[in-house]
Design a protein around this ligand. Structure first.
Ligand code: NAP
Length: 255
């Protein structure tokens, strides 16, 4: 935030995962000058990201356990962030789960779980921080959607995941209209296949090779590819970008 010295905190959900997009985003936003609050299901993992980022960039950090689907837990965690760190200036709704289950095999319980974490979780955290951002006249909100939302699954996510990630696109676009006048931008990032643990080893070598063959730049994405775009959107200088979906897919889906 070289052009704007105002101290601000970025909240990143699901940023405990060691090889995940969230942790890489915590690094990228800290490098850009944000103080960092990490929310994750796993307390140790959240604290580990917070320690790692503080040690590397010298910013203030806090790692907290929170299930983003639990309104009370979200309220308590954001309350703790507000008490300990500078005002929240950015939110990255990164916590997410996927499932490849074919539609005819999806149970209502599984459907609800995928929608809950991806959509309700993003709703609860965004709802909790948005009023403060609007009052202060500054905010950068980024949703983690997916290429699955745009092309109808096909990477790893099934129908429930595609539906959830598509819901986030509509969420972000409508919220961009509401919060634009308050200085808060709202955008989505739609990654293609990124090398993380979200697929939990379910991609065999054959499928992996077939997927790479479908990517014009010839490789699976790295977490830094996504984190860089999020950091770009979180800059104070990116205030004229809102309601947009940014594809980070190596050209695997061009539309
Ligand atoms: P990941 O490594 O599995 O990270 C997801 C993180 O979210 C984990 O730390 C997980 O915690 C956390 N989480 C899950 N449920 C949560 C909940 N209820 N409350 C709080 N935290 C929760 O996955 P990733 O690949 O980095 O994915 C990050 C985001 O990018 C997700 O929204 C995903 O859908 C999206 N995305 C990923 C890809 C890809 O190819 N990797 C492509 C498109 C979109 P635990 O580990 O403790 O369960």
């Amino acid at each position: 935030m070289a052009t704007d010295p105002t101290p601000r905190t970025a909240v990143i959900t699901g940023a405990g995962s060691r090889r995940g997009i969230g942790r890489a985003t915590a690094h990228a936003l800290a490098a850009a000058g944000y103080h960092i609050a990490v929310l994750d299901l796993d307390k140790e993992a959240a604290e580990d990201t917070a320690r790692e980022v503080a040690a590397r960039y010298g910013v203030e950090t806090l790692g907290l356990p929170a299930d983003v689907t639990d309104a009370d837990a979200v309220d308590a965690a954001i309350g703790a962030v507000e008490a300990a760190l500078p005002p929240v200036g950015a939110l990255v709704n990164n916590a997410g789960i996927t499932s490849p289950t074919r539609f005819l095999d999806v149970t209502p319980t599984e459907w609800d779980r995928i929608l809950d974490v991806n959509v309700r979780g993003s709703f609860l955290v965004t709802h909790r921080v948005a009023a403060g951002m609007a009052e202060r006249g500054f905010g950068r909100i980024v949703f983690l959607s997916s290429v699955s939302a745009e092309r109808g699954g096909g990477v790893f996510g099934g129908v429930a995941y595609s539906a959830a990630k598509a819901a986030l696109l509509g969420f972000a676009r409508a919220l961009a209209r509401e919060l634009g006048p308050s200085g808060v931008t709202v955008n989505s990032v739609a990654p293609g296949l990124i090398d993380t643990d979200i697929t939990q080893g379910k991609l065999d070598e054959h499928r992996r090779a077939a997927m790479i063959a479908d990517v014009p730049v010839g490789r699976i994405g790295a977490v830094e590819d996504v984190a860089d775009v999020i950091a770009f959107l979180a800059r104070p200088a990116s205030g004229y970008l809102t309601g947009v979906t940014y594809d980070v897919n190596g050209g695997s889906h061009i539309h």
